[in-house]
Design a protein around this ligand. Structure first.
Ligand SMILES: [Zn+2]
Length: 483
């Protein structure tokens, strides 16, 4: 469905509204409004029932993929009008909108949108009724094995942002680009990108980014992953004084924590993120951009893991023995979101897995990068530049990999400060897009990559989606959508 569909919160609890209609027998205007609200849903059902896709479902597995090009909005002030991270406790945006990297006139949001569109066009060959022969021709550059026909429904998480003046000229330039839900002009909350993505029940979300600069040891293309609950919980125990030393951190696969500055060691940034993850606040004495309170992020998204209406009244005073406590000892992880965090499915997504840690998110991110490198290498006459390599992942508690209810391949495709990366990102977008499209297919169906002398060839193993099944009729990916 298009990004705008279902963007008004009032449309969402449509079954609940139907019930209210039946009980209270409202007047004609209300019924007419209801009909308008459910019309898109009925249209979706009709389209599903009467298109070949419905029949294809019985023949081929169907996967839903969202390509998520980073950013798109503008870092404008005042934050009270143009920010992101709308907090319904204070009724204010907590942060400036992050418009992404830019250097020498090259803008991350422009490049990532262009690459995502190319990849979307290629993956459209795998759509219901698509020209799969055309995709088979692309795959022939990567494998000698006859590919399996699968059905992939691909969409983008946001509209075009490339016309700067058109975006800036809108009354709210960030309307279609915010990550979190935000107030609309008529007093209802509008859905941000995280809610829009989750409403589509994707299996895989591919988030595309690049950075301006980074530490030398990261030079290359990097996965971005979030730590599993168990690791963060150990951090909370340390903050509560239940652990005397931070040795668990230094022994962990997640010790190479994302560092906001070199003024403090990595462990300090880990501890800061643990505090924000559990309480919404950094520990005392930590610098903080924007508001000190970072919000209960899972309540800033429309999905099944949000607290029931009225939670703000409980959260207001941050009482002990609740998920809103400020004191670490008072924190009680007792709601739907924290149950999700502790679930085996989140462990599959974020821990262990084919890369040894970081779960399927890490594997998916690394595979997409390996296919991008393979694509660049094939197109350059089987030669690679030294800056074309997969390097270490960034590890933290970022909003997208944490709050999308899908496998998240989150990739930094390079650094604008590195001349070869600038060239790659500006002049080789089609090759990068092809690597992404083939990587997506490989994660869903598996590919046996043709042998190469690449140092980091794709592994070609599909993700085992079976382990995300909850019952014969229910799986992890279907559970987050809020209706
Ligand atoms: Zn970015």
């Amino acid at each position: 469905m298009p990004a705008g569909a279902g963007s008004n919160r009032a449309m969402v609890p449509f079954l609940a509204n139907m019930k209210a209609v039946c009980i209270r027998a409202p007047h004609a205007a209300t019924v007419a409004r209801m009909a308008l609200r459910i019309a898109p849903t009925l249209a979706c059902i009709l389209v599903v029932v009467f298109t070949p896709a419905h029949f294809a479902r019985h023949e081929f597995p169907v996967f839903r993929v969202v390509l998520d090009p980073g950013h798109g909005g503008r870092s404008m002030r005042p934050i009270s009008l143009y920010g992101d991270r709308y907090d319904s406790i204070s009724g204010a945006y907590l942060d400036i909108y992050k418009e992404g990297a830019a250097l020498y006139g090259i803008h991350e949001h422009v490049i990532m949108y262009a690459i995502a569109r190319h990849a979307e066009r290629m993956l459209a060959h795998c759509a219901p009724g698509g020209n799969f022969a055309a995709f088979r021709a692309i795959l022939a550059r990567y494998t000698d094995v006859e590919p399996q026909r699968i059905t992939i429904e691909t969409s983008l998480s946001r509209p075009d942002s490339r016309n700067e003046s058109a975006v800036r000229g809108r009354s709210d330039p960030n309307e279609q680009f915010r990550l979190f839900d935000f107030p609309g002009t008529n007093g209802t909350l509008r859905e941000g990108r995280l809610s829009v993505i989750n409403a589509r029940r994707p299996h895989l979300v591919v988030s595309l980014h690049c950075a301006t600069d980074g530490p030398p040891k990261y030079r290359g293309l990097n996965p971005v992953i979030v730590a599993p609950y168990g690791m963060l919980y150990e951090g909370l125990r340390y903050l509560k004084g239940e652990r005397q030393t931070p040795n668990f951190f230094y022994r962990s696969a997640y010790r190479d924590w994302f560092s906001e500055s070199s003024a403090r060691p990595d462990i300090d940034w880990f501890i800061k993120d643990v505090s924000v993850y559990f309480t919404g606040y950094p520990p005392a004495g930590y610098p903080s951009k924007g508001s000190r309170f970072k919000g209960y992020r899972y309540n800033m998204v429309s999905w099944a893991y949000r607290d029931p209406a009225g939670w703000e009244f409980r959260a207001w005073h941050h009482p002990d023995r609740t998920p809103y406590a400020i004191k670490y000892r008072g924190f009680n992880a007792s709601n739907a979101f924290w149950e999700r965090e502790r679930s085996v499915y989140e462990r599959h997504r974020r821990d262990g897995g084919p890369e040894g840690y970081g779960g399927d998110n890490h594997y998916a991110s690394a595979e997409i990068i390996r296919y991008v490198l393979y694509s660049l290498y094939v197109d350059a006459g089987r030669r690679s530049h030294p800056d074309e390599r997969l390097t270490r992942p960034y590890i933290s508690i970022w909003s997208v990999p944490l709050h999308v209810n899908a496998i998240n391949a989150f990739v930094e495709l390079g650094y604008l400060r590195i001349p070869h990366h600038r060239h790659m990102l500006s002049s080789r977008q089609l090759e990068i897009a092809e690597g992404i499209a083939v990587g997506v297919y490989s994660l869903l169906a598996g590919v046996t990559p043709r042998s190469s002398n690449l140092a980091q060839p794709p592994r070609g193993k599909r993700i085992d989606f079976g382990k995300y099944s909850i019952s014969p009729s229910k799986n992890y990916f279907d559970c987050a959508a809020h209706d």
